[in-house]
Design a protein around this ligand. Sequence first.
Ligand code: FRU
Length: 509
Amino acid sequence: PAVTPRFRPAIHFTASDTWLNDPNGLVFHDGLYHLFFQNNPYGNVWGNMSWGHATSPDLLHWAEHPVAIAGDEVEDIFSGSVVVDHGNTSGFGTVESPALVAVYTSAFKAASPHSGTQAQSLAYSTDGGMTWLKYDENPVLTRNSAHFRDPKVFRYEGPHGSCWVMVAVEAQHQKVVLYRSEDLKSWDFLSDFGPANADAGEWECPDLFPLAVDGDPDNTKWVLIVNVNPGAVAGGSGGQYFVGEFDGVRFVPDAGSLAAPAGLSSFPDKDAAQAALQQCLWLDWGRDCYASVSFSNVPDNRRIIIGWMNNWDYANQLPTAPWRSSMTLARELRLSSVNGSLQLIQHPVLTEQRVEENPVPGPAPFNLDGTALRLPDAVPGTAQVIEAEIVLGSAELVEFSLLGSTDGSQRTVLGYSTRSGRLTLDRRQSGNTQFHGKFASVEAAPAALEDGILKLLIVVDQCSVEVFAQDGKVVLTDLVFPEANSLNNWLSAEGGTATVRKLAISSIA
Ligand code: FRU
């Protein structure tokens, strides 16, 4: 049988033998999800930036294709997006057979007349995304800035007609900049937004899209995602978002979205800034979810994001070979009112038929007290999905111990404490944490019990733990690098009795 290289995930995308970072150009077209990505075609650390390419019918299993848009001696190809030009506004395709148009950042090198600047450029495909041509009049939008990048383009349908809208960043000014266009080639400035909330690092990879509140098509709000590096809630890179209104010109956040209207760096007091950082809206409270952006052109108004499952703090040092780095699972978004303000709810896309394991110790409900309960082991080469609903009762702490060694010295611990009201993910003993000084860590996210119940959906896939708590209101993602035989899973309660009312464990290959 083929030897699976250590840590290669079963249902998370990795490039076969090269480096990747941000997801780019996420688009659904002709029955396939396309994932382009920041790629070094010649190595497994960041460099030679190009757009790699993969496709999937189900968002779980990916086929990698040749490099789609290659960097060269004049430009690196940085992050951006892809739209299907249904109206053939660009003239690159036809109305019958629309072109896919990539809007990417040209990071110009010394050999270019635009040397030292980052500007927005186009490439297009008339064969469904498999081969790409750069537009011969690139770049199409420049600000003579060295840090203007990561364009996300979408079709805006307003009361007075429709047009293309681009959100991009002035990364070092913590600003999202908005532009509009009729043809994707000529762009007019609309407005800017920021700094606000988390602004300690560069702002990167923004996204702006409408979402129906609680699925009500007559009540739509706009979500602005702004990735920030460093200065995210778990340290280093992470994704924050704002909920508000967009009128075709300006994004205006709701008051409930603004923990720091002028940005946390405006706080004179460090403790107050730290407290406000916790109040910002975060896509993920773990260390390893960055550069999340959404797919365009998905039917039924579904909004699905993918993030890069990594953190710039240690990204280039992850202990894997020949590949390095993977994407998060695809996550479908909904918008709902939580404690009086609108928040995103995320569900991993796990459509595939799963193989259920036998329940332990028998069908729920059952009580958990002082004795830890052994759960089915993780199986190399497959992803394990653990779904649990636990009534905390008199227990003060419930813990899942994941990917543990038989002697118990190595494990990743997901815990919920009723005292702190927090969910914690502790990877300090998870295995190889030594490869970088910033890797060993424990993260915490506030999570309120609902009717005394903790609901968890945990996906463990070789080197990652993704936790969706309270029906997707709180998400935590961490990488881990355990020994090959650290496969034991346990569930325990401390300080009293908890009742497990649902426990389902399954695997996906
Ligand atoms: C985010 C980022 C983007 C940039 C790309 C370069 O991780 O820094 O801002 O376009 O990576 O690879």
